[in-house]
Design a protein around this ligand. Structure first.
Ligand code: HEM
Length: 258
């Protein structure tokens, strides 16, 4: 059986045959002890990038959540228009934090090698994190009152739901490669919360030479929505490049059949 996930073996480390089966591309049986084939990183090769991503995710989550822990409306970093708006925002932040923190664990080969653990974390990531966060987040985006936020952040919320659904559909069909790739795209959207907080200061510094003596900090509030929209575009572009490189190296077509 080519479906290692369903066969009870680990989909975590990629080994052996990488040729397409039918219209889908399945990974062969994988165990943590076998070496990865050319094109795919070995379990050890993934460890450091994933550890760094995890540390950044946990640190950023703490920083992002702190102003909302006391449920003090006045401490909110963004203005809210009603109690409902604030409640939805807090619900978005709490659930999104679950996704941000759990996501990196799923890319750790040793965690994926333990199928039951991978499955439990995956369900929490999606059912406690991504899905509720997107559902309460869409009204938060709309209530922001800014067109750029309304359109530019509703799109990634929908992308969050669609990529989650495609990832689940792929693994249910036994397509481990497609599952991994859709989850990479999904976490790229989750990670927008961090990339946005990096892009805004960068944009601020870049615009200083053009600010004509004006206080550059005054433009921060208008740069935040721009940074948020750019963030998911940047993240998805990086992940798409990684996916294609990985596929080409492994001798798979650069584009997967959806
Ligand atoms: C698809 C992913 C996400 C989208 C589309 C999204 C979208 C949004 C939107 C629309 C707002 C309100 C912005 C405004 O009214 O100006 C917001 C606020 C916020 N989001 Fe997210 N978000 C996502 C993921 C996350 C994640 C993973 C976290 C991690 C904790 C997070 C934490 C926050 C925080 C803390 C705020 C309040 C603003 C602040 O204090 O900086 N979001 N988000």
């Amino acid at each position: 059986m080519s479906n290692s996930y369903c066969a009870g073996r680990s989909p975590g480390v990629i080994t052996g045959r990488t040729t397409p089966v039918g219209s889908r591309h399945r990974l062969p049986d994988m165990t943590p002890t076998e070496p990865a084939p050319p094109g795919f990183r070995s379990a050890r090769g993934w460890t450091w990038p994933v550890v760094i991503m995890g540390v950044v995710a946990v640190g950023a989550t703490i920083a992002l959540v702190v102003p909302y822990v006391g449920l003090d409306v006045d401490a909110s970093r963004i203005p809210t228009t009603s109690t409902l708006h604030y409640a939805l925002l807090v619900a978005h932040i709490v659930t999104a934090s679950v996704a941000l923190v759990l996501g990196p664990l799923q890319f750790v080969p040793a965690v994926r090698a333990r199928r039951a653990v991978h499955r439990v974390i995956g369900r929490c990531y999606l059912l406690v994190g991504v899905v509720p966060s997107a559902l309460v987040g869409i009204p938060v985006a709309i209530l922001s009152g800014r067109l750029l936020t309304q359109v530019g952040l509703t799109i990634p919320f929908l992308g969050w739901l669609v990529t989650a659904w495609l990832a689940v559909r792929a693994i249910r069909g036994g397509d481990v490669v497609a599952h991994h790739e859709w989850m990479m795209r999904n976490y790229a959207l989750t990670f927008l919360a961090i990339t946005a907080r990096v892009l805004v200061p960068v944009m601020l510094v870049v615009q200083i030479p053009f600010s004509d003596g004006a206080d550059p900090a005054a433009g921060v509030s208008s740069l935040i929505p721009v940074g948020q929209v750019l963030a998911w575009i940047v993240n998805l572009t990086i992940v798409e490049v990684l996916i294609r490189r990985r596929r080409v190296r492994a001798g798979l077509p650069a584009r997967a059949a959806v």
